[in-house]
Design a protein around this ligand. Structure first.
Ligand SMILES: *Cc1c(COP(=O)(O)O)cnc(C)c1O
Length: 617
């Protein structure tokens, strides 16, 4: 059997970026979005058979690069992309188990090559606002630190590290300090000149980004003679191919081309960040040709939607501090306009997708139009307690008890909810005792007598008068029923605006009198074209909803309800969509919302007054 080194066997496969990217606007890998200087192509066209048949020669290009970087010939090494420079440096200076200090999040390859060396990786998290944690980073350096990597500006965050901080790092550590300046051209600040002063400093540059030569694979590392000499020893002798040597020579000579590109990116950056600000999407300051945008939970679908529109961006959701974020390159101004218009299109489509089409709005009353948290719910609780007390059973039901009964009860009827609450709280012995005393007709099913429950409930709810008496009184007069604790949950403005666009109806399990009373009391009767109450729908709410639609002369509508049974009965009523409303006073909104969705709600609102934001004719 062939045996790989243990470290390699356990090594995860590096995920190479997807292919077939040519047809897209590529804002995903921080490359130059228009490609290299045409002079590079011209130079590559001159390649002769000889150029390809002999091994590459480097003396001319080395001289050019040294001049270009402003360092001595012995202070540079051309590499097969700067990836290669990173690998060489770690190979030369990191022993197994040595500690390497990285910033996090940063360019994946640092960790990748450090792992390949079996190094001990220590990471310093950026600040929450993605700025560089100067002091924390310095504090993390110890005698054990053998190598330090700083990426400036940092990929993927665009974070800048101050020159002063880099000097402090160099002052504190004798280990190798690699500063990766892959995006130098966009920041225009370098520490290459510090390599003369600090022999442990190495600076890597690439021609893959601003220069548009990612496909040629060329990078360079600048450092002290000592370090460069070690790296040269272990570098494969012809790591950089002849085409790269020729192309690179032309690229370096065409300084104007890169400068113009950088200037164009600068304009784009202003435009893009300003447009994003208007949309409310959060971005972070950046010194590179890319930026981080926060899309939250939608980030996966946003990336997909961009792809569908021919644009690639890089999802960075799984990176530390970048949950919900994507990294996006700035292209030319023209490309940025394309990007922004796609973004607006995606955001608009997203908004439309929640728009519910309807011809009519049907409302449940309790918990939807009217806040009954201190009336019906209290009535259920007290009815059950009073009923049980008659038999010497003392109970104190909590809001949660009521909520769970309301969730389970397959009707919106609160008399039945009271009965269920009583039944649920009794054990077998207690059932016998209570029901025997009550001479209940349903002793076998264990149902307490409904008429008794209704009587207690109505007394509590309406106060000391009968309903007919009450109805003839002015509401201001104190008749001390729980009904007096009710408030309007919907505003009149909402009803008025809704009724301008749609016919409105009420379908409620309230008895007719109680429904009418509330409409009169709150003076909202005028907004509803029809009211279906308990007596109108002996078969239940589905029937009531069908009757209401018929009376309105509409084939479809939305029903706004606050309970599981509302959602289910509305869905069963025909061409209806159910919208859940979280009733005032709900403790666990999250839980109820999930329940409503699970039972067919197309949307759930915390506040009924938002209804017109989500429906559309
Ligand atoms: C893209 C990138 C590199 C890799 O460049 P190549 O020269 O293509 O290998 C190195 N470092 C950082 C920070 C990069 O973003």
């Amino acid at each position: 059997m062939i045996k790989t080194r243990k470290a390699i066997e356990e090594f995860p496969q590096y995920q190479i970026p997807g292919e077939s990217r040519k047809e897209y606007l590529r804002l995903d890998f921080s490359e130059n979005t228009v490609g290299c200087s045409p002079k590079v192509i011209d130079a590559l066209r001159t390649i002769s058979t000889k150029d390809l048949s002999i091994y590459p020669e480097y003396s001319r290009i080395n001289k050019k690069i040294a001049d270009f970087l402003g360092v001595g010939l012995k202070n540079v090494l051309l590499t097969n992309g700067s990836d290669d420079a990173i690998r060489l440096l770690f190979e030369a200076y990191l022993e197994e188990g040595d500690e390497i200090l990285l910033m996090e999040p940063s360019f994946d390859m640092f960790e990748f090559y450090a792992k390949l060396r079996n190094a001990k990786i220590k990471k310093v998290l950026l600040n929450d606002d993605l700025t560089f944690p100067d002091q924390r980073f310095i504090d993390a350096i110890s005698e054990k630190t053998k190598t330090i990597v700083l990426c400036n500006p940092n990929n993927p965050t665009g974070t800048v590290i101050k020159r002063e901080t880099i000097i402090n790092v160099l002052e504190k550590s004798d280990g190798i300090v690699l500063v990766d300046e892959a995006y130098y051209d966009f920041l225009n600040e370098s520490v290459i000149n510090l390599t003369q002063e600090y022999e442990n400093l190495a600076v890597a540059r690439t021609f893959s980004k601003a220069y548009g030569l990612a496909g040629l694979r060329s990078g360079v590392i600048a450092s002290s003679k000592e370090i460069i000499s070690s790296l040269s020893k272990i570098s494969s002798p012809f790591a950089v191919n002849s085409a790269a040597v020729i192309g690179l020579g032309a690229a370096i000579e065409d300084k104007d081309y890169t400068e113009e590109y950088v200037a164009e990116i600068e304009k784009s950056k202003k435009y893009v960040l300003n447009e994003l600000k208007k949309t409310g999407i959060m971005t972070y300051p950046t010194a590179a040709n890319f930026f981080v945008a926060e899309f939250g939970n939608d980030v996966d679908s946003v990336c997909d939607e961009f792809r569908k529109r021919g644009i690639l961006i890089r999802n960075r959701n799984t990176k530390s501090l970048l949950k919900g974020c994507a990294r996006i390159s700035f292209g030319t101004l023209e490309q940025s306009i394309t990007f922004i218009s796609a973004l607006k299109d995606i955001l608009a489509a997203d908004e439309k997708s929640v728009q519910i089409k309807t011809d009519a709005i049907l409302f449940d009353m309790d918990g939807v139009l009217i806040d009954v948290s201190k009336s019906y719910r209290t009535a259920i609780k007290m009815t059950a307690e009073i009923f049980l007390k008659k038999f010497g059973i003392i109970r104190d039901f909590s809001d949660d008890d009521i909520q769970s009964i309301k969730e389970k009860s397959d009707t919106g009827n609160d008399w039945i909810a009271s009965k269920e609450l009583i039944k649920k709280s009794l054990n077998r012995k207690e059932i016998k005792k209570t029901l025997k005393n009550e001479t209940n007709e349903n002793i076998l099913t264990g149902d307490p007598k409904k008429s008794n429950i209704v009587r207690i409930f109505q007394e509590l709810y309406l106060g000391s008068r009968t309903f007919e008496e009450r109805y003839n009184l002015r509401p201001e007069m104190d008749v001390s029923g729980l009904i007096d604790n009710e408030n309007l949950a919907v505003t009149k403005e909402t009803l008025k605006a809704a009724n301008k666009k749609y016919p409105l109806a009420i379908v409620t399990s309230r008895p007719r009198y109680e429904a009418r009373y509330a409409l009169d009391y709150f003076r909202i009767k005028e907004f509803f074209q029809t009211v279906i109450a308990m007596e109108d729908m002996p078969l239940g709410k589905s029937q009531g909803i069908r009757i209401a639609l018929k009376r309105l002369g509409k084939d479809n509508g939305v029903y706004l309800g606050d309970s599981v049974s509302d959602m289910a009965t509305a869905c069963a009523a025909g061409d209806m969509q159910a919208i859940g409303i979280i009733p005032p006073g709900t403790e666990d909104k999250e839980k109820l919302s999930t329940l409503l969705y699970d039972n067919g709600a197309v949307n759930v609102l915390d506040d009924i007054n938002e209804i017109l934001n989500i429906i559309d004719r």
